[in-house]
Write a protein that binds this ligand. Structure first.
Ligand code: SF4
Length: 326
């Protein structure tokens, strides 16, 4: 069993400090997403398999948790986020059960393509937090962005997600990666919003690629991300960006500039909300103007209203680090 099977804890905006579990050898997946940070899928498969000995994998996690505790490094989640699709691991359910002995929260980040299989659904039901990929809900766009295994059917996958959501007792998240010219047009986004309204996740995340992707793709523009945010927010109570900033939008630092940038990296702020924020921070619109002039903040219009959003990184693909946060 390779050493890289457990990594972290790494900071994750969605999960706090997450200890990553890499339960799939590279790179086995049922998809070969255009934007995959692991490159193109070399082993495309939908059949589940045993890759590692569950007892041994669990022991590795336990050892790492012990080590982290000794160093006083906090861990909020044990997260299955491997070099491929985690549900291809036929032992996933057993591994989650073995890790229960640690009395910690367990998360799985899946592309959801196998959720229509009874055993996959049962395995994921054992987790505390599950994130499902919903990049597109029309077959043509889905094939273009996720490049699925040829025997997969989108309709079956969507039904699988709906069935899972009905019975899952943990926290359900979705992630929609927005790629310019592929799935960021408002027509597709509206259909995604319709589906998410039916799915009712606890939180829907909008993401863009922040690490080198498999193919040359561009993230959606700020304008398109804002439009997608507004469209999803009309139907869902909790929508957030996950666009590559790890700032904490939920803890005020007392510094108006830092706080404004943190908040707008998670969701756009309406003009009135910004005005209210400035008033409470005893500062004025000059702060906002300076951030716009310095290319840190961008002003957007949507349906006649003004919104402010953290500007996307100039080089929106970060080099280096194999894994950062999820
Ligand atoms: S589902 Fe995940 S691992 Fe598989 S190709 Fe897409 S981004 Fe990569």
């Amino acid at each position: 069993m390779a050493n890289s099977i457990i990594y972290g804890p790494v900071p994750s905006r969605r999960l706090g400090r997450s200890l990553g579990i890499n339960n799939i050898p590279p790179k086995r997946c049922s998809y070969s997403c255009l934007y995959c940070q692991l490159g193109r899928t070399t082993d495309m498969q939908i059949g589940r398999e045993a890759f590692y000995e569950p007892q041994e994998l669990a022991q590795r996690v336990k050892d790492r948790v012990k080590q982290a505790r000794e160093r006083r490094e906090p861990i909020d989640y044990l997260t299955f986020v491997p070099d491929g699709e985690p549900t291809l691991d036929i032992n996933l359910g057993e591994e989650i059960e073995l890790l229960r002995a640690l009395n910690m929260q367990i998360a799985v980040i899946t592309n959801a393509s196998l959720l229509w299989l009874k055993d996959v659904k049962q395995d994921l039901q054992k987790a505390d937090w599950v994130s499902l990929k919903v990049d597109a809900v029309t077959p043509r766009t889905w094939r273009r962005i996720n490049r699925p295994h040829k025997s997969l059917k989108l309709e079956t996958i969507m039904q699988g997600m709906l069935n899972f959501a009905e019975t899952f007792g943990g926290e359900l998240a979705t992630e929609t990666m927005l790629i310019r010219g592929v799935n960021d047009d408002i027509g597709e986004v509206r259909k995604v919003a319709d589906f998410l309204e039916e799915l009712r996740p606890d939180k829907a995340y909008l993401a863009i690629p922040t690490r080198p992707p498999a193919e040359r793709v561009n993230p959606a523009s700020e304008q398109a991300i804002n439009a997608a945010y507004q469209t999803l927010s009309e139907r869902l109570s909790k929508v957030e960006y996950s666009i590559g900033y790890e700032g904490n939008a939920f803890a005020s630092t007392g510094n108006a500039v830092d706080d404004l940038l943190s908040i707008t990296s998670v969701h756009p702020m309406r003009e009135e909300a910004v005005a209210e924020f400035l008033k409470n921070a005893s500062t004025d619109w000059g702060t906002v103007q300076e951030l716009i002039d310095n290319n840190n903040l961008v002003e957007l219009e949507y349906q006649g209203k003004k919104f402010y959003m953290h500007r996307l990184p100039a080089h929106n693909v970060k080099e280096g680090g194999r894994r950062v946060a999820q």
